[in-house]
Unconditional design. Structure first.
Length: 368
């Protein structure tokens, strides 16, 4: 899986950009705030139709302009795909593959798989559960088109139910629709839990091996999945999980009405990381949490390869500068396969990166 080229118009600070890349290592360097991260953000957007930094697409459009354009040429499965994203302040975005308009972002799954690792990810273990859910969802959406559609539907239902619970006191008739929303949320929630559980099982097989190698065998890492308390087996078929979710909703109905908040569902799920049997979030040192986060990211990359037979495009956004020498060397040894993009503030010593290509960025433009 190779991103051959990227074209941008009015994306972030780029009035226009065109670049053709190496199938191996690509180093994007320049001073801070010049647009290096924006390039990786555009690449990842073509993969998932979402940004790790922006909540709304309009934030990706250059200030003072009404539209933005992202295009990538991708080689995968012995085929060439042209992916396009057309963003507008006044209209819905358009996603296209080989000129054909896509109905949902889920249709991008498997065309351009990416694993993005930015400095904030080093805090993946220490941050709240929402960060770890986003990590899981980003991975699964690329591997399972149905999951992306289900997740989008669950979010829509969650927003509707939240409004019902918030406003039912002033508009009691809203409660007439609550049971319908509960059922639909339980149906989509059961699928989400099923998919997350199976991906976490895969992570639980791959991550400890990498972490053991990374830490020199000094620590044992384990992963767990915390979801709705009535779910006895998250790996079960969705129909079995559905009944348990409905039971949880029923038992929390009064509490939800009183709190006017949605208290039942997988929107509270968490990926639990244990080091030597203790929760890493509470008890691990900064160095330990960074090693665990790196191990999770590298494990997800290997799962992509196992699933598709192709390495996903790895996007390392100024991460190496945040690591000590030992961790830098370990990461570089494990990324010898597949296409890699590395951003940094100074042109790197390329001898240890193999046949790397460099790109100097200044002020939203490629310096020739």
């Amino acid at each position: 899986m190779i991103l051959r080229s990227l074209t941008l118009d009015f994306f972030r600070n780029y009035p226009h950009f065109e670049g053709t890349f190496s199938p191996g290592v690509n180093v994007i360097w320049g001073e801070n705030a010049q647009g290096k991260t924006n390039l990786l953000e555009a690449m990842a957007y073509l993969s998932t139709a979402s940004s790790h930094r922006a909540r709304y697409d309009k934030e990706l459009i250059q200030f003072g302009v009404d539209h933005a354009f992202v295009k990538g040429e991708v080689e995968t499965r012995d085929r060439t795909f042209t992916l396009e994203a057309r963003l507008s302040r006044g209209a819905r975005r358009q996603l296209l593959s080989n000129g054909v308009k896509l109905k949902t972002a889920g249709e991008l799954a498997g065309v351009l798989n990416t694993v993005l690792f930015c400095p904030e990810d080093l805090w993946l273990i220490r941050e709240g559960a929402a960060v770890r859910r986003r990590f899981l969802d980003t991975c699964i959406c690329q591997l399972r088109p149905r999951y992306a559609e289900t997740l989008a539907e669950y979010r829509r239902l969650y927003e509707h139910k939240t409004r019902i619970l918030r406003d039912w006191g002033e508009h009691p008739s809203l409660l007439d629709t609550l049971d319908e929303f509960n059922l639909r949320m339980a149906q989509t929630g059961a699928l989400i839990i099923h998919y997350r559980a199976h991906f976490i099982r895969r992570l639980g097989e791959a991550t400890p091996v990498i972490h053991r190698d990374f830490s020199g065998g000094r620590e044992e890492l384990e992963l767990g999945y915390e979801t709705v308390s009535t779910v006895t087996d998250p790996l079960a078929q969705p129909r079995a999980i559905l009944e348990e979710l409905l039971a949880h909703q029923q038992s929390h109905r009064r509490a939800e009405l009183e709190a006017r908040q949605c208290l039942s569902g997988p929107h509270k799920d968490d990926l639990v990381v244990l080091l030597d049997g203790l929760r890493a979030r509470q008890f691990a040192s900064q160095g330990q949490t960074r090693t665990a986060a790196l191990s999770l990211k590298l494990a997800s990359r290997e799962i992509f390869f196992q699933e598709t037979g192709e390495w996903p495009v790895l996007l390392l956004d100024d991460v190496l500068s945040e690591l000590d020498g030992k961790r830098q060397e370990y990461v570089l040894k494990r990324i010898t396969n597949g296409q890699v993009f590395i951003t940094c503030c100074e042109e790197m010593e390329l001898s240890r990166l193999g046949d790397a290509r460099t790109f100097h960025i200044r002020g939203g433009a490629l310096v020739e």
